[in-house]
Design a protein. Structure first.
Length: 249
């Protein structure tokens, strides 16, 4: 990322909570200005931004939008550029995640899972591309190790993330040489807070992970920061941050 002496500006989708918030915290801590996108967690996003702005005035902005509304995405990017004067990075982190039993998959699940995990990143990246080219910026897509090795019971989610993996490489090709595009594929980092994985299932996953433990959101955040700021010759790559789980899935 060509930041010169100006604090870079990064837009993080789903930046209000969980891994997205940790990515935003880490990028802000190392000097970036952050635009926090949220859909329904506005209070969390505003609280996070308030903390950032208390630390460095004018360093954070909150944007609320439904990423499934494709027509809203160019305006989302324009708002960031109008506010900060530039855009150096985009983190496509926002994602729906839920099981879909084969035989019961409906259009609503298709639109939600494909929409959040593949369609929105494509159209948001397309809207951001001219600004990222101007700044020599980068795109980081939060993929999933199950993009290449599907998770049983989650065929549509796995396919959506597989699409995002392919899109990451395709965008790297389309936007080179000005914009680098990479992906980070988490393994067991932070369990869903809706009880999707019972404790026995969680223990089995951890046992299958080479490092024998779950990771932390900070593991993803540090990898995102590395790809933005310390990897000028890396593009079109997917880095698994999974404790070695995918090495023998």
């Amino acid at each position: 990322m060509n930041t010169h002496s100006i604090a870079p500006v990064v837009l993080v989708t789903g930046g209000a909570r969980r891994v997205g918030a940790e990515i935003a915290r880490h990028l802000h801590a190392i000097g970036a200005r952050v635009a926090l996108h949220c859909r329904s967690s506005a209070a969390d996003a505003e609280a996070l931004a308030a903390g950032f702005n208390a630390e460095r005035p004018g360093s954070a902005l909150v944007l609320q939008a439904d990423l499934l509304d494709t027509t809203a995405l160019p305006g989302l990017v324009s708002t960031v550029v109008d506010h900060f004067g530039r855009l150096d990075g985009l983190v496509n982190n926002a994602s729906s995640f839920f099981p879909t039993a084969l035989g019961e998959i409906d259009e609503a699940a298709w639109f939600d899972l494909i929409g959040s995990n593949l369609k929105a990143p494509l159209f948001l990246s397309q809207a951001a591309a001219p600004h990222l080219k101007a700044s020599g910026g980068a795109i980081i897509n939060i993929v999933d190790i199950h993009a290449e090795r599907p998770l049983k019971g989650y065929p549509l989610y796995s396919a959506a993330k597989a699409g995002l993996l392919g899109l990451t490489r395709a965008l790297a090709l389309e936007l080179a040489p000005q914009v680098r595009v990479n992906g980070v594929a988490p393994g067991a980092i932070e369990w869903p807070d809706d009880g999707q994985f019972p404790s026995a299932e969680r223990e089995a996953i951890v046992r299958h992970t080479l490092l024998g433990r779950t990771g932390a959101p900070s593991d993803i955040a540090r990898t995102v920061a590395f790809l933005f700021f310390d990897a000028p010759y890396i593009t079109g790559q997917i880095i698994a941050v999974d404790g070695g789980r995918s090495a023998h899935l």
